[in-house]
Structures are given as C-alpha cells and as structure tokens.
Design a protein around this ligand. Structure first.
Ligand code: SF4
Length: 391
C-alpha cells in the first residue's frame, strides 16, 4: 500500500506535461524552486495572472485512465506505474505542503476513471475539501474533464481561481486522429463554452476563475493556421486567458512512438502569434503564414508582418493611434500607452525619447517616423539593451 508521498512521486511528475502557470511568455518552462528531494518533480514556479511568482504543486488525482489518446503516456493498456489519490488524501497532503510554506498553489488534473462525470467529482471533492475543511486560501487551478456536466463545471469554478480544459487539437478532424474517443464539440468545446457563460453570469459577484486550454502541437499534421484560428475564436468569443501549446514528443509504447518530436521553435512562434491575437489586436488573416499554413520559424511573426507592411509606410509615432503603434516591433501594450501619455506633454522628436519610455529602439527604428523623419541609424550607440517594450 503506497503512502501519500509515494503516490505524489508518481502523480506529480505525471502532471509535468500539463501546461499551466509554470510556462513563461515564450513558452519556456520556468525553473523549479528549491524543494526537498521528494518534491523536486512535483513543485514548479508559477506566474499568476497578476504577475506574482509562486511555487505550485502540480499533480494528477489519478494516472489510471480508461481512454486511449494516441500520444499519451497514460493511455489505457500502456505499461506504466499508476496511482490514485482519494480526495481527502490529496487535500490533506496539499494542505500540509501549503501550511509548511513549500507551495502557495495547487494544480489538479487527472486521467479519466469511471467517466468524465465521476472523475470531475473527484476533482471537485478535492477542491472543496481543500477550501472548506482545510481552509486553503492559496491559488487553485482545476481541470474540467471531457464529458463533465454543466453543474460540475459550475461547482469546480466555485472553488478554483483558474479552470482549464485541454482541447488538444484545433478541430474535430484533427482530434479524431489524436484522441479518437473524444468528441471535439460535444465533450470538449461545449465545456469551455459553459465555463465562459458561467464566468459571465458571475461577473461582479464572487470568484470568477480565468479559463485556459492546451493544444498538442505537431502530432497529427495540423497547421499553425488551424491552431491559431481556434485560439482566436477562444480569445474573442470565450474570453480565454491563454492558449498553451505543448510540442509533441513521442512516447514509447504509444501508436505515435515513431513520429519525430517537433522543433521547440515552432512552439515559441505559436506563443508569439497567439499573443498578437490576444494583446495586439491582430486578426488571424494578417499573420504571415506560408503556403502550408505555418508561420516562418526564422523570424518572429510581428517582425515578419512589419517587414511586409511597414517598411514602405512607417508609422508616425506622434500621431498614430494605439492600435497602429502596437504593430511596430519593439512596442508593446505598456510602451504604446506610454507613448500616448508622453505625446500629451510634447512631441517625440528623438530616439532618446523613445528609449526613455522603454521602447526597443533598435527593433522599432526601421518602421517608425519621428516628426516625419526616420530615426537615425545609430546602431553602434545602441548596444546591450534588453527588449522591454514588447514583441
Ligand atoms: S484522457 Fe487521454 S490525454 Fe488524458 S490521461 Fe487519458 S489517455 Fe491521456
């Protein structure tokens, strides 16, 4: 009989591939915090929506699974060590780690055991025990299972700061190859819609958890265009806080074991493009896709767009509206706002003005005018800077 720590040593690392708040802006995993050896693969650094960094316990409730997603290490029938927490066992262990200061948040996911409804009940029971019995006031991110009921989505949202459901693929066609027993609309997308409706109903009263999803990238031939079309829909229509892109890596003993892993750079470009959709008011159609529907790997998508669209028609910094300023490489949402503020005090006529408000002048320079003039090419005077102002 395994004790709770032994189970955690199986179920914590099993959650490592789940993207959560431990994935930084560019898609890189944050380095783990210092923890006792038992916990090194279970606790991650996480950045919360407000920017605060905390250690978070990531674990599955169960690594048993009756489903057979074709890429997954925990698909049924695969020879892998499995474990299952009871809700009270996991809630008690999480609370102990929280009270000892080792974690300040908990991420709960699970394999499917006894169907989506039963599995969601286990996640809800764990979350409720944490909040009500153990008075856990830390950060809680809980998964919505495929097939969960609307009332269960609502109950999960009652206890969690963030809920997520993995779409895995961008559409029904791709999902049928990746996870044949999951229905894209019926099992997955509908739950995200419910979560959005429930969050909207709650606006202004009580906890209003944010919503995220995750895609597996590169396992079934989907293009970047397909992934970003769905991401764009989720950002605009369902208020998604973030889409995560998890690059496919082959797992021995699965049907996709002979496929090559994807290049990390593809993940990175997808994150950059998804932030253009979410924060920079880009439409999917404007992104620089190649003929196969993929983004260029050698340049960030905003730079590629600007090279095509702004070199001949640079942006006048003193008059451009915020939306247009955001199109300039080196200017992000924060620095676009600073430009608008600075213009109220006087005209911006010199590269040093841009530099002083945090703009990455070297990146912006080819695409802007200051009082009708191109910014002098002073590359040799501009060294050692870090990009502060956006992608
Ligand atoms: S439902 Fe699919 S992805 Fe999730 S644990 Fe089971 S086999 Fe893996």
């Amino acid at each position: 009989m395994m004790n709770a720590i032994e189970k955690l040593q199986i179920l914590g690392p099993a959650a490592a591939d789940e993207c959560a708040e431990d994935v930084a802006i560019g898609g890189r995993k944050l380095p783990p915090p210092r923890t006792p050896r038992d916990l090194t693969r279970c606790v991650s650094h996480a950045v919360l929506p407000g920017g605060k960094r905390i250690p978070i316990l990531k674990t599955l409730v169960s690594s048993a699974c009756e489903n057979d997603c074709r890429y997954c290490a925990f698909r049924s029938g695969r020879d892998v060590r499995r474990a299952t927490f009871s809700p009270d066992e996991l809630a008690r262990l999480s609370d102990e780690l929280w009270r000892s200061g080792l974690v300040k948040g908990v991420f709960l996911s699970s394999g499917l055991v006894g169907g989506g409804v039963h599995t969601q009940d286990s996640i809800i029971a764990t979350a409720e025990l944490l909040r009500r019995k153990y008075h856990f006031s830390g950060y809680l991110h809980a998964k919505i299972m495929p097939g969960a009921q609307r009332a269960q989505v609502a109950e999960t949202m009652r206890w969690a700061n963030r809920v997520s459901l993995n779409l895995e693929a961008p559409n029904a066609n791709r999902l049928s190859t990746l996870a044949p027993r999951k229905g894209f609309s019926s099992d997955l997308l509908q739950r995200l819609r419910w979560a959005h409706e429930l969050a909207t109903e709650r606006s202004g009263s009580g906890r209003r958890p944010s919503l995220t999803t995750q895609f597996v990238v590169g396992a079934v031939g989907e293009s970047d265009l397909e992934l970003l079309l769905t991401s764009s829909y989720l950002y605009r229509e369902l208020g998604l806080a973030r889409a995560y892109f998890s690059g496919f890596g082959p797992v021995p003993g699965t049907p996709l074991e002979d496929l090559p892993p994807i290049r990390a750079r593809r993940e990175h470009r997808l994150y950059q493009a998804s932030f253009l959709l979410r924060d920079y008011a880009f439409d999917v159609e404007e992104l620089p896709f190649g003929v196969e529907g993929d983004l260029p790997l050698d340049r960030d998508p905003k730079l590629a767009w600007a090279q095509t669209n702004l070199l001949e028609r640079p942006v006048e910094v003193n008059t451009a509206d915020r939306r247009l300023l955001l199109r300039v490489p080196g200017i992000g949402p924060v620095t676009a706002d600073r430009i608008v503020q600075a213009r109220r005090k006087g005209r911006l006529t010199d590269a040093s003005h841009l530099r002083s408000i945090g703009i990455v002048v070297q990146r912006a320079m080819p695409f802007v005018l200051l009082d009708g003039h191109q910014v002098p090419h002073q590359l040799s005077l501009w060294t050692g800077s870090k990009p502060l102002g956006g992608i």
